[in-house]
Design a protein around this ligand. Sequence first.
Ligand code: ATP
Length: 358
Amino acid sequence: MSTQIRLRNCAKTFADGTRALAPFDLTIEGGETIVLLGPSGCGKTTILRMIAGLEFPDAGGVISFDGDDVTRQSIEKRRVGMVFQSYALFPNMTVAENVAYGLKVHGVPSAERDARVDAMLEMMHIDMLADRRIDQLSGGQRQRVALARAIAVQPRVLLLDEPLTALDAKLRVRLRTEINALLRKLGITAVYVTHDQEEAMALGDRIVVMQKGEIAQIGTPREIYRKPQNPFVADFVGAANRMTGQMRDGRLHIGAHVFDAVDAFDPRHGAILDQGAVELYFRADGLSPCDLDEAHFTGRVEAVSYLGERLRLTVSGIGSQAVTIDTHADDVIEAGADVHCRVNADRLTVFPAVTAQS
Ligand SMILES: Nc1ncnc2c1ncn2[C@@H]1O[C@H](COP(=O)(O)OP(=O)(O)OP(=O)(O)O)[C@@H](O)[C@H]1O
């Protein structure tokens, strides 16, 4: 059975007065992988350390594992496994000795210990490295050892703090896929910290997006990507283009053009907005180049970047700031040219415009 983790009314102010976390509630279901995503300093690691028992919430906060209050319990009692960005391995021990270490501390008899170490090394595809010293391994191999060591002791909960950050891009993607498969296979409750949106999408059953010590949104990767609930989340998950418009009677007006069936969400009131000035957030697929007779707008191409499968255009003259628009890789478009484009209204996320009063 996998462990459910509940955090209730957990806040954290450090001794020097730094308020790292505003009070928040979060329930992580047994077997679920939750990703904490957000920019540097938003409080991700502090949440992880509170779940581990390395940090305690302010008075009034309660952490429970399967309903048992563990708020004041030490890390040893909680049975959590941890994997960090820096591997925290013993450099002079072999791979097998590193993985066996926790089992030794827990008093697992040597025959069982050896069998469990072998199984872990095999699972992480590093059995051929068992007798190597840590300082003879690559970064990716070290991170595999760190994972093997963390799960060897059969923890109730696995906590991972930016475990792939130190690795190169290709290896990150490979190990990310392996970690995903491993978490599914073990069925263990896992909390994974990252500032990388793509990693969060790939790994999380649900993602908790954080902003300055507060939860900005909790949702599945699809919800976070397609239905961001506020401009911060929209911007953080890549919808960096912005234009302005008006909602009138539930229809979106951009300049002289009118679009139906666009949901405008007002995060301040948690309700649909059908009147008033709005800001539109969208990715490079929110506008598409087209012929003049189909066009809503015409802009000027400021720059063209070749992304392999597609071209990314930076276009001025459509919104108040330049926007990025993707087009086919084999289109011939050069900087300085005019480009006609259509709005893909279903790709827009609409929020009330930020006014002086709000
Ligand atoms: N021991 C401490 N004493 C005082 N302030 C702290 C302490 N630990 C963390 N902080 C502060 O709390 C805030 C949240 O830090 P935290 O490490 O949780 O952020 P993070 O989102 O994990 O950032 P990063 O991605 O950079 O690791 C930051 O402002 C940080 O400077």
